[in-house]
Design a protein around this ligand. Structure first.
Ligand code: RTP
Ligand code: MG
Length: 147
């Protein structure tokens, strides 16, 4: 069982895509264990994208993520990290396959609608940063017997 951190970025929230995106993950069978609509501070954005601190796009990336509300959530399920990355599609929507979230809803790399953790290490780091283990709910779903 894995957990992953996911975020609908400000472009996705402002375009009204939160429900559509959550629905895709729910239909796939992933379990929602935490979620919140929030305005991201500069400190949180910089910490979240710390691996890109030296990149030329870092300033624009932080400005974008702090430009409006995001919907942050945690999903749980078998291979949740890889499943979410596959469903998101390639970072650059130009290369994202139709049927993926970026392939269906995005056109450009600077407004690519969604973030998902890219490894077990980043999932653990990002869940701790955005939620903390104590904020994750533990509950049983009858459907889990069928997944
Ligand atoms: P994310 O972290 O947002 O889920 O995206 P990702 O793993 O697919 O891609 P990553 O390499 O981590 O890049 C983080 C975000 O930075 C922006 N970016 N711009 N202009 C560029 O060359 C460039 N490269 C990356 C994208 O918005 C990407 O989602
Ligand atoms: Mg990334």
């Amino acid at each position: 069982m894995e957990r992953t951190f996911v975020m609908v970025k400000p472009d996705g929230v402002l375009r009204g895509l939160v429900g559509e995106i959550l629905a895709r993950f729910e239909r796939r069978g992933l379990k929602l264990v935490a979620g919140k609509l929030m305005q991201v501070t500069r400190e949180l954005a910089e910490a979240h994208y710390a691996e890109h601190r030296e990149k030329p796009f870092f300033g624009d990336l932080v400005a974008f993520i702090t430009s409006g509300p995001v919907f942050a959530f945690v999903l749980e399920g078998p291979n949740a990290i890889g499943v979410v990355r596959e469903m998101m599609g390639k970072t650059n929507p130009k290369e994202a396959a139709p049927g993926t979230i970026r392939g269906d809803f995005a056109l450009t790399i600077d407004k690519n609608v969604i973030h998902g953790s890219d490894s077990p290490e980043s999932a653990a780091r990002e869940i701790a940063l955005w939620f903390g283990e104590e904020a994750l709910l533990s509950y049983d779903r009858p459907v889990d017997a069928w997944l």
